[in-house]
Design a protein around this ligand. Structure first.
Ligand SMILES: [Zn+2]
Length: 455
């Protein structure tokens, strides 16, 4: 069906001065705004079905009552009243989706080794702004950015979004990869006589790793991304090989914890996965060769599994369009089947499986294609949705603000025309996006430029 979402009586509330949206308690040290004045207007979003992100049965004829940028009440719409009503008709309302693994500042179809030689951080910033908007309009209201080609451009992007200068998802940014020399994040894969601008992400040995972790956090990183194994999308040590020692991984976690931050581990090979878990990382990203022992360890340590399955398909099938070098396609081919096996193992062990994609390798905005791959491998649609809502929010340490439709959370919600529990690909066609009480998509209405909504 075509959803003509009815918005009435007016959208005047969209144009409310942002004073009304500046947020309550300071969310972190960088946000120093005063507490928000009491918001003046309420909005009721109504829809035939509501999935709140916590895995329970959908609510029929549901309403979400919003005051300012926060959810005030969720449940049957009957009896709820508000200053404005957005009636989404037969749609399904869900929490704004979360992707734990994006590269927002990457221009799709370019190669990072080439980018280091031929582009500037300015280009990455411009594409970052474009991609952030695309990602938001695709229904992803929160992302973790797993690192740019040009260090710290993602921190600048986050700044501009947080400030309300450009539309985009709430972001946690890595700032810079932490990689060993010759490892997955060593972009200088040229003759030793060729230098490119210093990326300053290489760290070898415990002291070096500690210093790079501190450098990233000093420069605004929200978490640490460490490359525990080789990668598909690079040269150097192969994806299956552990590139960091146990001691190096442990010091990264220890140092990040001192700053109150988590470590996300890029880990394909089984040994790198287990070493990361022993070290105490928060998420295992990719996790392509997860084995039985790794699955048990992940559960025991309370970590999160963040596989990226759709990207493998796009590397194998769309490599020409995506301009992916042959040696990287070969690396993906060598791992064919292992990621699916690891995912089934994670399902069998009932691991907390968070939604992650590696968007940037494939086009931004196609993030939701990951859902179908997961459901085809045996995950229930509801569990897949939980992975992109409650579980992903938990993994980020943001369960108190995003990921579920509950009183007190940010009013981040999306709607699709049909029931995603019947057809999960419905999530690839998001028709309505609200972030922090501001409508970014749905009808002809978009947020006014400069609209501010803190993370
Ligand atoms: Zn990645």
């Amino acid at each position: 069906m075509t959803a003509a979402f009815l918005i009435r009586p007016t959208l005047a509330w969209l144009a409310l001065p942002l004073a009304a949206l500046a947020l309550a308690p300071a969310l972190d040290a960088r946000q120093t705004q005063a507490p928000a004045p009491a918001p003046t207007r309420t909005v009721l979003v109504k829809a035939a079905r509501l999935i709140d992100g916590r895995g329970g049965a959908p609510v029929a004829d549901a309403g979400v009552l919003i005051r300012g940028d926060r959810i005030e009440r969720v449940g049957p719409a009957a009896g709820m009243t508000a200053d404005d009503v957005i009636d989404l008709g037969n749609a399904t309302v869900l929490p704004g989706l979360i992707d734990l693994h994006t590269h927002l500042t990457d221009e799709v179809g370019t190669n990072w080794e080439t980018n280091l030689l031929t582009t500037t951080p300015g280009r990455a910033a411009i594409y970052g702004a474009v991609n952030a908007r695309t990602t938001l309009l695709a229904g992803f209201t929160t992302v973790r950015d797993m690192g740019p080609t040009w260090p710290y451009v993602d921190i600048d992007l986050r700044y501009a979004i947080d400030k309300g200068s450009i539309p985009g998802p709430r972001m946690q940014a890595a700032g810079n990869y932490v990689s060993a020399t010759g490892g997955a994040g060593d972009a200088r894969q040229f003759s030793i006589y060729v230098d490119v601008p210093i990326v300053r992400n290489l760290a070898d040995g415990v002291d070096d790793v500690r210093k790079v972790v501190r450098t990233n956090l000093k420069n605004g990183a929200d978490f640490i991304k460490i490359l525990a194994t080789g990668a598909v999308m690079s040269k150097g040590i192969p994806p299956g090989a552990q590139q960091y020692t146990d001691a190096e991984l442990a010091v990264a976690v220890e140092e990040a914890a001192r700053w109150g931050k988590f470590v996300a581990s890029h880990a394909h090979g089984a040994e790198g996965i287990k070493a990361s878990l022993r070290a105490g990382v928060r998420t295992i990203d990719h996790g392509s060769m997860l084995d039985e022992e790794g699955a048990r360890l992940l559960k025991e340590k309370g970590a999160y599994f963040a596989p990226t399955l759709y990207v493998g398909h796009s590397i194998l099938h769309d490599n020409q369009a995506l301009n992916i070098p042959a040696h990287q396609v070969e690396r993906e081919k060598a791992m064919q089947g292992t990621q699916e096996k690891a995912f089934r193992l994670a399902l069998a062990h009932q691991l907390p499986i968070a939604f992650a994609t590696d968007a940037g390798v494939f086009p931004h905005g196609d993030n939701a294609r990951e859902f179908k791959v997961r459901v085809d491998l045996g995950q229930t649609p509801m569990a897949a949705i939980e992975g992109a809502t409650r579980i992903a929010a938990d993994a980020m340490g943001w369960a108190d603000r995003v990921g579920t439709l509950q009183a007190g959370r940010f009013a981040d919600l999306i709607a699709v025309d049909t029931d995603p529990l019947v057809d999960i690909t419905a999530l690839e066609r998001v028709r309505f996006v609200m972030r922090g009480g501001v409508v970014h998509k749905g009808g002809a209405h978009t947020a006014a430029p400069g609209t501010r909504s803190p993370r």
